[in-house]
Design a binder for this molecule. Sequence first.
Ligand code: NDP
Length: 387
Amino acid sequence: MMDRRQLLMGAGGLPLAASAASAQTTGQAAGKALGQPLPNGVDLPEPPKKRLGWAVVGLGNYAINQVIPGFLQADESRLTAFVSGNPAKAKDLAERYGVSTIYSYDDFDKISADKDIHCVYIVLPVGLHAEYTIRALKAGKHVLCEKPMASTVEECEAMIAAARAANRQLGVAYRVHFEPLNIEVKRRCEKGELGALRYVTGDAGFNADPKYPPMKWRLEKPLAGGGSMYDIGVYALNGALMLIDQTPDTVSAVYAYPRDDPRFATVEGGVNWRMTFPSGVSAQGSSSYCYAGGSRLKVFGAEASISMDPASDYYDNRANLHRGWDPGTPVRAAPPFTQFAAQVDGFSQAARSNTPHRTPGEMGLRDIRLIQAMYRSADQGGAVVKV
Ligand code: NDP
């Protein structure tokens, strides 16, 4: 029988560690690589879910900086094609993201034969949304279209009709419906944590720099459809409606921007608006191309309120719950970057299962109708318009 000292010693009286090191340096095999059983309690990860293929149409500021990187975090959606009028930019992006197919606007309709495209994401100037959405639907694809949905009520209706005729999904990309903090605030409102909802106020705007290239089309009505209310005010309007979850019966509005400002020759530069609801809830807010950038929402219930500032940022939304006059306690949720991936995955799920998307074309149409009614009111100096 070996004693403890002999056990620790290898052949020739060398300690075991020294003996192994010596075997390695002499090239002698120290052991063989051998597969091992899965350790108890270790689960293998789920295989990747089947992903729907997406084409992104229009490779501008928002597509490049938010939409396309968002696909990297998606579980059920993958980029398969780009559509662009700038082949060099499209090629460069395609190489960076491993996208193999590029279409131009002229050969866009060829996507109908592309089996690797299930969904099309329209990220073009607003005046082009209806045309490219309808062409994509006619090509048999599901379409997620950026906000605001289109220039006119008639265009929105034509887009919805095209989706029905093609039996395809049509969504409007209201990303805050997929943003964890906004979802949490909505959940608390629905749960009654604030008591009966009474009033929501919301503001969204920025000071428009006409020299910034993506601003150029925003200040020209044919491509913009409308002014600040279309582009940025729609966040506060749609956010207020998401929380109130009712249909307004009246709107009113006044224009609020310097009338001699040369930026606003064809589109409005600011609107202050109001909405009333049959239940007695009311909302008011503002949109602007003239004030410093920001977005906020405040929802008052009978017992508590929640203030969100910023409310519709890409990465850094904040919310506080107030029980009265107190400074508030933070409302927490998962990191907001997930909103871009969650939005495309939510749409992929709706497309695959043929179930309603959270932000359908009808929601986009509702908002364009309301904004148009606000413009009618503002044109009449703030008259109350029934909707
Ligand atoms: P950009 O001007 O940066 O990009 C628009 C892109 O559309 C261009 O780069 C170009 O792509 C293509 N395009 C085709 N025809 C024209 C034309 N006649 N004039 C200008 N561009 C044209 O705009 P944004 O990226 O800021 O906005 C695009 C869309 O995204 C809009 O609908 C906007 O409302 C929406 N948006 C949504 C946001 C959100 O948070 N949900 C935030 C910002 C924008 P190419 O060179 O590849 O052909």
